[in-house]
Structures are given as C-alpha cells and as structure tokens.
Design a protein around this ligand. Sequence first.
Ligand SMILES: *Cc1c(COP(=O)(O)O)cnc(C)c1O
Length: 426
Amino acid sequence: MTQMYESLGISREVYEYSEEILSGLKNRFQKIDEIAEYNQLKVIKAMQDARVSAECFESSSGYGYNDRGRDTLEEVYAKVFRTEAALVRPQITCGTHALAIALSANLRPGDELLSISGKPYDTLEEVIGIRPSRGSLAEYGVTYAQVDLRPDGSFDLENIRRAIRPQTKLVEIQRSKGYQTRPTLSVNQIGEAVAFVKSIRSDIICMVDNCYGEFVEISEPSEFGADMVVGSLIKNPGGGLAPAGGYIAGTKECVEQCAFRLTSPGLGREVGANFGVMQSFYQGLFLAPTVTAAALKGAIFAANAYEKLGFSVVPNGTEERHDIIQAITFGFPEGVIAFCEGIQAAAPVDSYVTPEPWAMPGYDSDVIMAAGAFVQGSSIELSADGPIKPPYAVYFQGGLTWPHAKLGIMKSLQRLYEKGLVSFPS
Ligand SMILES: *Cc1c(COP(=O)(O)O)cnc(C)c1O
C-alpha cells in the first residue's frame, strides 16, 4: 500500500499522519456506512415498488409523450422522498433552475416569499431579485422578506411569527450552509420549523433547498412536512452518473404547478423527451447513498486532518454532519492554493494541470478552483474552490469513492508539506 501511495507522490510522513487520523475515525465511518445501508435499501425498495424495468432506460425524442422511463423515475423519486409526486428532468438545467421553477411556479403577483434561514444561496439573489436582475420574481411583483438564523444557528421563531403576513405564500428553508459559515440545518430542525410555520398558517407552502443534503441522514425534509424539496442531479442524488438535471419532489399540487411552469401551461409533465439519459438517472440514484457516504468520509477526514494541524474547520472534526461541504480556513493565500493543487493532482481527469487563481464573473476577488471531473461542474465529484481574500478559506466537497476522496486530502496535505506550510506532529 505504501508503495502504491508513493507512486502517486505521497511521502511516508503524509501517509503515516493520515493513517493516524483515520484510526480515530472508525466509529464515525461505521455510522456513515449504516446510514448508507439504510438509504440504499430505501432506493432499492422504491425501484422495486415502481417496477423499474429495462424498458425504462429507452431513449425518447420529440415531445416525449408517454415516456415510461421518465414517468417511472419520477415515481421512484416520489417514493424515495416520501412525497405524492416528483419532477425529475434533464430539462431542469441545474439546482438554481430547479429552485427558480419551484418558486416562480407557486408564487403569483402580490405574494410574498419569506426565507427563514437567512440569506439564500448566492444564485438565488438574482432569482428573487434581492440583486436586481432580468426576469426576477421582483419584476413579477413577488415581494421578499427574510428572517436570519439566530447566532447559534437555530431558527428565530419569534421573528418568523412576526414576519408572516397575510400575503406570505411560500417559506424557503436552505438545508445546507452553502458557502456560509453557519451550521447546516438537520432534518429534525427543519421539521420543527415547518411545523411551527404550519401552526401559524397551514396554507403556507414550505420549500426546502435540499442541495448537498440528500442521503446524508436517513430521512429527508419532505418526511417532516415540507411541501417541496428541491435539488440538483450533479450533486448527491445523481450519484456522479447523471450528466445534468434537477428534481423537485413534493405535494401533487406543488409539483403540478412546477410542471406547468417548466414546460408550458396546458402541457405540464406530459411533454419532455429524455434524450437517452434515463439509465444514468436511475443508476446514479441507485449509487447515490454510497457515493454520498464516500463524500462524507472525505469531509470528516479533511476536518480532522486539518483541525489537528491547527486550522479552523467548519464543521469541526467531531460535529454531526448534515451536508457534504467542508470549509478549511488557512489564513494565508498559499494554503488555499496548495490545497487546491493537491485536489487537482489527485483527480482521474486533468490531473496534470495546475489550477491558478483567476478573476471570475460574480466574484469580487480572484478565485481558485480544482476539479478533475467526468461531468463538467459536478460537485459530487471531488472538487474544491476558494476566493483569494481573507480569511483565505477553501470549500471542499464530493468524492465518488472513499479511496479517491482520501487520496485527494492526502495530496493536499502533501502539497502543503512540500511547500513548508505545515509540519506533522510526531
Ligand atoms: C449548489 C447549490 C445551489 C445551486 O445549484 P446549481 O446547480 O449550482 O445551480 C443552490 N443552493 C444550494 C444550497 C447549493 O448548494
């Protein structure tokens, strides 16, 4: 084993440090495997109950009428998320698009959208119109209100009660911290917040941005009263195989509204060819529980390896996990750059290129990104990025297999070690 690692550029010091960290994580990894086992069974049961067959993988073109593969897949998703219905389509281009559909389909002029988990994910600012943008909900007369989480990361129930007005139509909750440093919300916490909102007005639609959270726990927010859960197929539920796509699972009413918005009034879910992606959608969902487990192990390994070296990490090494994102704060730019170089060097694709900080649209500083992915932009595959500005933090996620995630972290440690940025406690 050490020789194999050596052939990939891992020195004995990094290998031994890594093994020592990992020897303390056995119990946690076992719990992750148990969650994966439960979720794997859940997915298999859903596929069996929906009678998935080889015909479901057939390609369709044109209008896509009577697409059995597409319709059965949506049934499978509804079973997995324990909802009445689901919309799972390659025509949903990404997570932001899925969220934009869910919001614009269920809100009308004069309605108010209320976020109760603070500022939503960056890209939603333009969807909502927090930052003025063409085609935003604001342009269509949908207003927006926000209640921040309390300093300890819990829901601010008192202010939520105050913020709910007669025009409040939809409440948004973001499960993952995204690229903020607040804690990620657990499914339980989300369930309590949904119950609280419903106790004030039962007709308010509760939508959860579920990105990065799928299969991290044994249940999903839709099992605790959320009317819609929304996410991207190039994150957890696509299992690394889906080449694109998004999903919305929820009540029949909400999902129908989404279908009419996605395609056209009058057409709804009846149209939408599958272009041959069905096998990857099914097989990706089948793999998603173990792929998510691999990514989680990588995140926990990284947290513990870098915490012990003295860096601040969010979540910390021992915290319970509710999503797959790991933040590591280096405090100096060389750390961010060396980390990303290591992740890139561990990739199966494009391992020979060196990532460099660069100006990117939408960012106010240079950003460095590392990804050697089979699917472009896929962040369930091992990837890392960080803006080159204080506090010089890197955000890291994904890993289709645990050995690859492990190698990625080890290569990052190796890069920092070679540049003299860290030394290992003996
Ligand atoms: C990734 C993400 C999104 C947006 O998804 P894209 O596929 O990048 O458009 C929205 N919300 C959260 C919390 C995310 O992590």
